[in-house]
Design a protein around this ligand. Structure first.
Ligand SMILES: NC(=O)c1ccc[n+]([C@@H]2O[C@H](COP(=O)([O-])OP(=O)(O)OC[C@H]3O[C@@H](n4cnc5c(N)ncnc54)[C@H](OP(=O)(O)O)[C@@H]3O)[C@@H](O)[C@H]2O)c1
Length: 332
């Protein structure tokens, strides 16, 4: 008989394709003093999950769980002895240190956020990674503000759809790259000002015309690789390349003279390897700046699709087909 000490979770049999994802019965985690045990109701996919599944992501040494899944929503099932702000039965959402693709997962008290009234578990799970990443990169690192402009690569990605809305909310102009006309249309609907379909057109000359040759203040780059040189060339004098993802590869050629003479900046960002205190601070900034906007409906999570946990392989295939617009969410 199945006891409450076990749970169903997604495991990766061996590093490889989506066919390596399987459901297994694992011991239910036990919360440490400052942790919540959350009965997961929804967990959103992120590109790092597909990289981790394929064996290409070196887990930070102190992660709580080696399982996939870095953001969840659900109901608090139990709390650690030192937890003061939450109690069993409350609906919460937030970033987790892995382990989200499961019936239950540990969440640090400092990273838990109470779910607003009327929110669905799917919406809540689709929110934290996208809005925390958009805020930390564009605003904390990039200092984006009114009247400035930003190039957002992969505008239709889960993170990209939040970046478009965050940039527009602070009064900036947004140029996107996407993989299809349909995604471009949807990005413009979300608030982007212009964009190119990356498979049909080189973004650099179009963006140069769009900025009257001046270049943008920021490039939000999820791509890395071959576009590095063109990204730097697309920045205005003193502009900043925010390296947030590396979907097109980890290496690229840089004309260092261009960086020096045009006083360019290159800043990298990754949420997951941050120490716990820093991640709790990220959550507090998200709560202060974006939760009220989300509750008021001025910005929103964009949901592409939902899959039951048992169809996780299909969800990964869908993500890797590059067909999704916004977040893909697993319902548990
Ligand atoms: N640094 C951090 O803390 C952090 C946190 C979260 C996510 N990220 C990064 O953010 C990025 C987006 O993640 P996500 O989960 O939102 O992804 P997603 O929803 O799966 O969207 C990714 C999109 O990127 C585009 N793309 C895929 N391969 C590409 C390539 N080689 N060159 C250019 N575009 C490509 C595709 O759209 P089109 O075909 O329409 O272009 C694809 O649909 C990833 O790089 C991820 O690692 C970083």
């Amino acid at each position: 008989m199945r006891t409450t000490e076990v749970m169903t979770a997604v495991v990766v049999r061996r590093p490889g394709g989506p066919e390596q994802l399987h459901l297994a019965e694992l011991p239910r985690p036990v919360p440490g003093p400052h942790q919540l045990l959350v009965r997961v109701r929804a967990s959103a996919l992120n590109r790092t999950d597909t990289t981790q599944r394929a064996g290409g992501y070196a887990l930070p040494p102190d992660v709580t769980s080696p399982l996939l899944g870095v953001e969840v929503s659900g109901v608090v099932e139990a709390v650690g002895v030192a937890v003061r702000s939450f109690e069993p039965g409350q609906r919460v959402f937030g970033l987790v240190d892995g382990g989200g693709y499961a019936e239950a997962c540990l969440m640090e008290e400092g990273m838990a956020v109470l779910m607003p009234e009327g929110w669905s578990f799917v919406e809540a799970a689709a929110t934290p990674e996208a809005y925390c990443t958009a805020h930390e990169s564009l605003l904390e690192l990039g200092g984006l503000g009114p009247g400035q402009s930003v190039l957002v690569h992969a505008g239709g990605s889960g993170i990209g759809t939040a970046c478009i809305q965050v940039a527009r909310a602070v009064g900036a102009r947004v140029f996107v790259t996407v993989g299809s006309e349909e995604k471009k249309r949807r990005c413009l609907e979300l608030g982007a000002d212009a964009g190119v379909v990356r498979t049909q057109e080189d973004f650099a000359p179009v963006l140069a015309r769009w900025t009257d040759g001046r270049g943008v203040d920021l490039v939000e780059d999820f791509v890395g690789g071959a576009a590095l040189e063109r990204n730097l060339a697309s920045l205005r004098l003193g502009g900043c390349l925010l390296l947030v993802g590396l979907m097109d590869g980890m290496r690229g050629d840089v004309d260092l003279k261009q960086v020096v003479l045009r006083r360019l900046q290159i800043k990298g960002m990754a949420l997951r390897p941050l120490p716990l205190e820093a991640k709790a601070a990220v959550t507090r900034r998200f709560q202060a700046r974006w939760l009220p906007e989300l509750v008021a409906g001025r910005v929103r999570p964009i949901i592409d699709s939902t899959f039951p946990l048992a169809r996780v392989a299909e969800a990964h295939r869908h993500m890797e087909s590059n067909a999704s617009f916004g977040k893909i969410v697993l319902e548990v």
